[in-house]
Design a protein around this ligand. Structure first.
Ligand code: SAH
Ligand code: SF4
Ligand code: F3S
Length: 479
């Protein structure tokens, strides 16, 4: 295959700080007559890994593809175009993708015209991209997180010129408005409010793969939410790597609290947001969450570690005292608040004492749910250059210990719900049990109950009968 390289990622460019203004680009229609013709009768398949940012990007890609006539299929074998939308946050996320690209070799051999594209966060890593380009010569297209809006023109290029295309640029980034969207759910929606991250936590690849913090204009977000309310959506989740930084890069004089309040006032039944960085979380935000019934009383507040020295080495900008005081202010002002967190075990050279501080913090906060990870060195990040004298067995043992501690409070918070009646937004048939339906409570607990198809997308009252660590069993009641 011939090869055209438009751009390749560059860590120095990915690191650029001090961006004063992020351009907002309003896009027009990008559907060429060539693509309308080409897509006729053709199927696409997208597999998305990673966080909500990637899930929302998939919805934009689907919007573009379906606007020219591509048809979505659930099986790779039926597709004429396969897109792997990748995540680079930890090594195991990357390994999954390598396996998947390898699996596509056979399909490509059977169907020469099949177009395979790799996008998302993995192509943004220079050395990894070079490795994939070499290892998997049958991949036709590579593009990054800044190039999503050009998807159709890239496919057109590959189809017309029969050459492989590499288009991955590292940059602070822009905000693109007006991409078509095909939402996965008809009652729950993700709405981006801010892209990228400026925090550069020393272990994290995200700032390099997603660029700098770029807020969407206040009115553009509100317009999207207004439309969703009109279409009958039941839940909006405002998205950003760090939603609390919303507005800091704009001169509109609006912050995240203003945004939350304005969206809550539109009357969406459930409003959520993720992810919150403790450093940017203001008391004004807490007050707004407390004030509006339709803002769910649930905050995902990653702590990462309970030890001040590790937090400093991670570049998190707060210490355990700051964090605990924030949690206290939140709990005081928001009765019944559910809290979840992310924790990394085994940051380079973490001592037993430092790890024990994390256990102590976890026991004190009593989280309702949590995500735990073993530290994974990411090439190009400062932490990856630190020599690490802690072996994997130790990290793995600590990981299990941490999970045990977390389960105590997670269990207790589920137990407390037994006998109570909670509002649940019905998602559909349970993943592991065809006889049951499932959905989430306002505090983000997964509940299974007997239901039927007409309830999907509706909010129902469920009485909790049994609690398991990671889910609840209940029954629908009238009330
Ligand atoms: N912007 C969000 C999400 C970042 S990625 C935030 O700041 O919370 C989600 C989680 O992955 C992080 O909170 C962190 O706990 C974990 N993570 C990120 N980089 C990691 C690494 N190199 N190794 C292990 N876990 C990591
Ligand atoms: Fe990564 Fe830190 Fe940014 Fe979250 S805040 S995306 S952990 S750099
Ligand atoms: Fe993964 Fe990229 Fe999200 S690295 S976690 S998909 S921002």
């Amino acid at each position: 295959m011939k090869e055209k390289i438009l751009n390749k990622p560059d860590l120095d460019k990915a690191k650029v700080r001090n961006v004063k203004e992020s351009p907002i680009v309003y896009l027009g229609d990008d559907s060429s007559s060539f693509m309308m013709d080409f897509a006729k009768g053709k199927n696409y398949f997208i597999r998305t890994y990673g966080c909500q940012a990637n899930i929302r990007d998939e919805e934009s890609m689907r919007g573009m593809l379906e606007s020219v006539g591509f048809n979505k299929v659930e099986k790779e074998e039926e597709a004429d175009l396969i897109i792997l939308n990748t995540c680079a946050v930890r090594e195991n996320a990357e390994d999954k993708v390598y396996g998947e690209i390898g699996n596509l070799k056979g399909l490509k051999a059977k169907k020469k015209e099949l177009i395979i594209a790799i996008c998302g966060c993995i192509p943004e890593e220079p050395e990894i991209l070079d490795k994939i380009i070499k290892t998997f010569p049958y991949v036709n297209l590579f593009f990054g997180t800044h190039e999503i809006h050009k998807l159709l023109s890239y496919i057109e290029h590959v189809a017309k010129h029969h050459e492989r295309l590499v288009a991955v640029e590292s940059k602070a980034g822009e905000v693109y408005e007006g991409m078509p969207v095909c939402r996965t759910s008809r009652y729950k929606a993700f709405v981006n409010i801010i892209y990228g991250c400026n925090k550069f936590c020393t272990y994290c690849i995200v700032p390099y793969t997603r660029g700098r913090e770029r807020s969407r204009k206040f009115d553009d977000v509100l317009e999207e939410c207004r439309q969703l309310v009109k279409e009958g959506y039941q839940e909006i989740t405002l998205l950003g790597q760090n939603v609390n930084a919303y507005g800091k890069d704009l001169d509109e004089g609006k912050d995240f609290a203003d945004m939350l309040e304005a969206v809550a006032k539109l009357g969406i039944p459930r409003l959520r947001f993720t992810t919150s960085h403790p450093w940017d979380f203001s008391d004004k935000m807490i007050d707004v969450i407390a004030k509006y019934d339709n803002i769910m009383k649930f905050i995902h507040l990653p702590v990462q570690s309970g030890n001040d020295e590790i937090l400093r080495k991670m570049g998190r900008r707060y210490n355990s005292k700051d964090y605990l005081s924030l949690v206290k202010r939140m709990k005081d002002k928001i009765p019944g608040l559910g809290l979840s967190t992310d924790i990394i075990v085994g940051f380079p050279n973490e001592t037993e004492e430092e790890f024990n501080d994390t256990l102590k913090l976890v026991d004190e906060v009593k989280y309702d749910s949590a995500f735990t990870f073993i530290y994974s060195p990411r090439r190009g990040t400062p932490a990856a250059k630190m020599e690490d004298n802690i072996d994997y067995e130790t990290k793995s043992r600590r990981f299990k210990e941490l999970v045990k501690h977390l389960e105590v409070s997670v269990n207790a918070s589920s137990e407390r719900m037994v006998g109570g009646i909670y509002k649940v937004l019905v998602d559909g048939v349970s993943k592991n049990n065809d006889d049951m339906y499932s959905g989430y409570t306002e505090s983000n607990k997964l509940v299974h109950f007997k239901g039927n198809e007409t309830l999907v997308g509706k909010i129902v009252n469920v009485k909790i009968l049994e609690s398991h660590t990671y889910s609840l069993i209940g029954e629908i009641v009238d009330e």
